[in-house]
Design a protein around this ligand. Structure first.
Ligand SMILES: *Cc1c(COP(=O)(O)O)cnc(C)c1O
Length: 382
């Protein structure tokens, strides 16, 4: 008769092995650092490529599921999930550019990306030129023999300039270089850069793809060979996503269509309403992103008749948050948050003044959002 295990052994080895498949309706969370093997043949099968999982930093079913699902939505060959939007951007860039190479990027990028391109890429031996992408001639002039990549955002931050992706792809192909686009503000529900010829599409899934402000995550979708390269970087640099974060993001992504539909609709109504408010000097909202809508970010320039401190105190149920894209309407102040890293000179160059306010419109009832914003403005008139 087999001897009974002692307490210290029993406490780690359960009688029922829950790792066996249980026909769960939803994907389980594979909250495990590694995977086990029943014998040496099984272990060998991993290295021969017949069995996918060994160690979670390298690959995990939850991160795989998320990468595949975003690749599918973006209509791209392959996808990859990473620890943040920033690490996805870095991995994407490093999959294309090597030491000695050069990148041409739009000058009106997300603050963190701006910092990555101007302050960190040099340590990898990569040079960057940032020019106005509204002017193709400036891009053309910036391209040199070492240029490997054009980098842009499909909808820019905070002025919501819609990039001419077809023009960008044509220009890149003419010079035999690749294109990478940050599609965070548009999401694949509104815009899919990959079928237009863009090689890499990146997202801060922290924003609309996750959608519930509870997870920091990045995804990259694009050409198979580039995603393979980017994956190697993520594994070696340790920029992998945890299984639970991947699971949360995947759960959020299931309602991306519903959320974007409602949020874009609300944003359109808010933009229309604020254009009628005399204390709003200018409303930035894209004229056309897609038939499905024009996105859920509205940027406004308040008139100098507004006391800014009072405005931020008078927002009622709308919270001040240094982010965007959640299901709740929030307000952010680019000068103090997303673009704080930029010098005053760089901020001025892209037109970010003290009166620029970015609204991230949520899924609430549109009338409530409009009423609250108009009331906040009224209460802060000097
Ligand atoms: C937030 C954001 C990023 C950075 O993503 P993180 O998930 O915070 O690392 C990159 N690009 C855009 C457009 C963003 O809004």
């Amino acid at each position: 008769m087999k001897k009974q295990s002692s307490f210290d052994t029993k406490v780690v080895h359960n009688k029922v092995d829950q790792t066996l498949v249980q026909n769960s309706k939803n994907t389980p969370i594979y909250q495990t650092t590694a995977f086990t093997f029943k014998d040496l043949d099984h272990l060998e099968s991993y290295y021969e490529g017949d069995s996918p999982y060994l160690y979670s930093r390298e690959r995990n079913p939850n991160t795989d599921e998320l990468g595949d699902s975003i690749a599918n939505l973006e209509e791209a060959e392959a996808g990859l999930a990473t620890s943040s939007g920033m690490s996805a951007i870095l991995a994407g860039i490093l999959s294309v550019a090597k030491p000695g190479d050069h990148i041409v990027a739009a000058e009106d990028l997300y603050g963190g990306t701006h910092k990555l391109l101007t302050k960190e890429l040099q340590t990898f031996g990569i040079d960057v030129s940032m020019v106005s992408f509204s002017d193709q001639r400036q891009i053309r002039d910036a391209i040199n023999a070492r240029t490997k990549l054009l980098y842009a955002e499909s909808i820019s931050n905070p002025f919501l300039r819609v990039e001419n992706l077809t023009g960008l792809v044509e220009l890149a192909r003419e010079h035999g270089i690749k294109t990478m686009v940050d599609n965070t503000f548009a999401t694949p529900y509104l815009l899919r850069p990959y079928p237009l010829g863009v090689n890499l599409v990146v997202h801060s899934a922290t924003k609309y793809i996750g959608g519930h402000s509870d997870v920091t995550c990045g995804v990259l979708a694009g050409d198979k060979d580039l995603i393979h390269e980017a994956t190697q970087k993520v594994v070696t640099l340790g920029a992998n996503l945890s299984p639970f974060e991947a699971w949360l993001t995947q759960r959020g992504a299931k309602t991306l269509g519903l959320r974007m539909k409602q949020q874009s609709h609300n944003a359109n109504s808010v933009a229309t309403a604020l254009r009628k408010n005399n204390a709003v000097k200018h409303v930035y909202y894209p004229e056309f992103v897609s038939e499905r809508g024009n996105g859920a970010i509205v940027t406004i320039e308040l008139d100098s008749s507004i006391d800014l401190d009072q405005f931020f105190k008078s927002l009622g149920w709308i919270k001040i948050a240094p982010t965007l894209a959640g299901v709740e309407t929030t307000v952010s102040y680019p000068v103090r948050t997303s673009h704080r890293a930029l010098s005053e000179q760089d901020r001025e160059k892209v037109g970010i003044t003290d009166y620029i306010i970015r609204l991230s419109i949520g899924i609430e009832e549109e009338e409530d959002i409009i009423n609250q914003l108009n009331q906040s403005i009224e209460e802060s008139l000097k």
